[in-house]
Design a binder for this molecule. Structure first.
Ligand code: CAA
Length: 258
């Protein structure tokens, strides 16, 4: 499939999707979000792929929703046509792990898109912000909901009320970012991590993702119950038999994703 606003690359079991509107710092318009959703779902359906990376350029992961498009919007465009929901949420349907590799600006919708991914790895030049307040809007792609869950209420309020930028070190300290790498090494390092994840038994990786994501949607006791049932289900997979046999026999496991 050919896309106009993203680039796709497959290396072994890892698919990398690069946001590619460099002239506007990867501002997220309808076309980009539709293409990103289509690419993610296509890789999710591809049995040869085990993990996906979403990344941008050295200067910008994404500088937010496309302000030039939004400036023209009226109530019909946003409410009747369900702006954001209409094409930003395909990523939530993806079962396999998705890593955001963030270099440069991840602002507004860019920060929110990174947070929709399963984990965020950042370059040392990364900058995160929810600057929507300066445009007379609030974050509309989950920023007021996912950010406090990631970094605390105090810091989410600080970021979303002032619109200030948070650098990579602060983002890692705050829990938004899992790991930081020198900018020049970011993609190489994230691909190594993604390959390691893609080599894990796929059903188990999907269960890990589903169970951790459930922690954000439910009570502790319901979440523990859900985890326990998935844990039990692992014992019906061939990969549990193989993983444990390989450990006992002191040999590498040969998973079959079954
Ligand atoms: N939408 C559309 N175009 C954008 C953009 C955006 N979010 N961000 C940058 N651009 C464009 C600029 O208009 C500029 O285009 P021209 O060359 O045609 O003028 C080009 O990208 C380069 O940008 P700058 O010249 O501004 O580059 P800079 O290095 O001086 O500044 C920046 C970089 C600090 C990221 C600055 O561009 C900026 O503040 N951008 C807007 C960030 C923002 O407010 N994002 C939130 C959007 S709202 C949102 O995302 C809502 C939501 O919750 C979904």
């Amino acid at each position: 499939m050919s896309y106009k606003t993203i680039l796709t690359e497959v290396d072994g079991k890892v698919a990398t999707i690069t946001l590619n509107r460099p002239e506007v710092l990867n501002a997220l318009n309808d076309q980009l979000m539709e293409e990103l959703g289509a690419a993610l779902l296509a890789f999710d359906a591809d049995d040869n792929i085990g993990c996906m990376i979403v990344t941008g350029s050295e200067k910008a992961f994404a500088a937010g929703a496309d302000i030039a498009s939004m400036a023209k919007y009226g109530l019909k465009d946003v409410y009747r046509d369900d702006f954001i929901t209409r094409n930003w949420e395909e990523i939530k349907k993806v079962r396999k792990p998705v890593i955001a590799a963030v270099s440069g600006y991840a602002l507004g919708g860019g920060c929110e898109l990174a947070m929709m991914c399963d984990t965020i790895m950042a370059a040392d030049n990364a900058k995160f912000a929810q600057p929507e307040v300066k445009l007379g809007i609030i974050p509309g792609a989950g920023g007021t909901q996912r950010l406090p869950r990631a970094v605390s209420k105090a810091k989410a309020m600080d970021l979303a009320l002032t619109g200030r930028m948070m650098d990579a070190a602060e983002a890692e300290r705050s829990g938004l970012v899992a790991r930081i790498f020198p900018q020049a090494d970011l993609l190489k390092e994230v691909k190594v991590i993604a390959k390691g994840i893609a080599d894990m038994p796929l059903l188990t990786a999907i269960m890990v993702k589903e169970s951790i994501n459930t922690a954000y949607e439910t009570t502790l006791s319901e979440g523990i119950h859900f985890e326990r049932r998935l844990f039990h289900a692992c014992f019906a997979t061939n990969d549990q038999k193989e993983g444990m046999a390989a450990f006992m026999e002191k040999r590498p496991a040969k998973f079959t994703n079954s």
